[in-house]
Design a binder for this molecule. Structure first.
Ligand SMILES: Cc1ncc(COP(=O)(O)O)c(C=O)c1O
Length: 337
């Protein structure tokens, strides 16, 4: 655990308040103690931060970062937001929902083919009224983003390509720095302090909790990644240090401080795993909390494996951040019946 500077919550909140921001997400989401889950696993104390309940378009972690990403975008007064993401992206769904709230049109360029059975996030994208396009690969996706932006301009519109937004990664980290403060306050009201945070992250949200760990101290951040396509130590340290710069702080984070495991990816990004599916069922059947098999289920599998390995004491306080993603259960319906 780091011995970095200790900063007050108020001072951290003041730094966050220097960034342009919109009010989109339901924040101060509940922190729920999962007593049945703790009993089923034989300890530690587990608290679930319900960031699946952030409101817009079925909720999730991205609504928090969209408050910063879209605030930055609004400086150019766009009328259309264009974004390239994965076929079943939670981020895409939440972006369309957020843009609807702001009165902006959304064009999605999703990597993949339109399936015969439109389900999960893609179904919600259509319901929200997004203009959905499909790209065969990332190179085609990039060309389509630029081409569609040109088309919008030719029609007199003002496009913003969200992938090029300089706040893209930093926004997530800032959002989860703030989430950490929410959790610390919520635990404090119960006379508790956290020992560990667990969360599905590819290094953006987890960068924020890591930064909180550096600034406040006393707990560890254990991320579990849903993909093995990144070098997580360098990616997370880079995002954390960019966030430090955006907030005008003068510390640095090193790669070897990053804890983010790829051990629960299974067969690959976007494919459910046995351990992840078991964890989804465990949370559902003990607590009535619905995770998803692509992100949060795999993160929960990481937590369950660490509990079974005897990593915690009975009194340890573990915060599991539920980052949303729930629509994926419908895409993978055959797993549950
Ligand atoms: C449900 C869910 N959890 C976690 C993540 C990872 O978020 P990040 O890499 O921004 O921390 C995502 C985004 O891709 C997600 O959709």
């Amino acid at each position: 655990m780091s011995n970095g500077p200790r900063m007050s919550h108020q001072a951290i909140r003041e730094r966050i308040a220097t960034l342009p921001r919109l009010d989109i997400a339901l924040k101060n989401t509940p922190l729920e103690e999962a007593r049945n889950l703790t009993r089923a696993l034989g300890g530690p104390r587990i608290f679930v931060k319900r960031d699946d309940l952030t409101g817009v378009a079925l909720g999730g972690n991205k609504l928090r970062n969209l408050e910063f990403r879209l605030a930055y975008a609004m400086k150019d007064e766009p009328d259309t937001v264009i974004v390239g993401l994965d076929l079943q992206s939670n981020s895409a769904r939440q972006t369309v929902g957020a843009c609807n709230k702001l009165g902006l049109r959304t064009i999605l360029v999703l990597e993949g083919r339109k399936p015969n059975n439109v389900q999960g996030n893609l179904l919600v994208d259509y319901l929200l009224g997004a203009d959905v396009h499909f790209a065969a690969n990332q190179r085609e996706q990039r060309a389509m983003l630029d081409g569609l932006a040109d088309e919008v301009r030719a029609q007199g519109g003002r496009p913003h390509i969200l992938n090029d937004n300089p706040m893209f990664d930093v926004a997530s980290a800032v959002a989860y720095l703030e989430v950490t403060l929410e959790v610390l306050d919520q635990l404090d009201q119960r006379g508790l302090k956290p020992d560990y945070f667990y969360m599905s992250s590819s290094g953006k949200g987890s960068a924020g909790i890591m930064l909180a760990q550096k600034l406040i101290g006393g707990f560890a951040m254990h991320a579990v990644c849903a993909t093995d396509e990144f070098h997580l130590p360098s990616r997370t340290a880079k995002i954390t240090n960019e966030t430090i710069a955006a907030l005008g702080l003068d510390i640095t984070v090193a790669e070897d401080e990053v804890v983010n495991t790829e051990d629960f990816v299974g067969k690959g990004y976007g494919t459910p795993s046995d351990a992840g599916n078991e964890a989804v069922q465990l949370f559902a059947r003990t607590e009535g909390i619905i995770l998803d098999p692509i992100y949060t289920g795999k993160a929960a599998a990481g937590l369950v494996a660490d509990i079974r390995a005897g990593r915690f004491s009975q009194d340890d306080v573990v915060v599991f951040v539920h980052t949303g993603g729930t629509p994926a259960i419908f895409t993978w319906n055959e797993l549950w019946h």
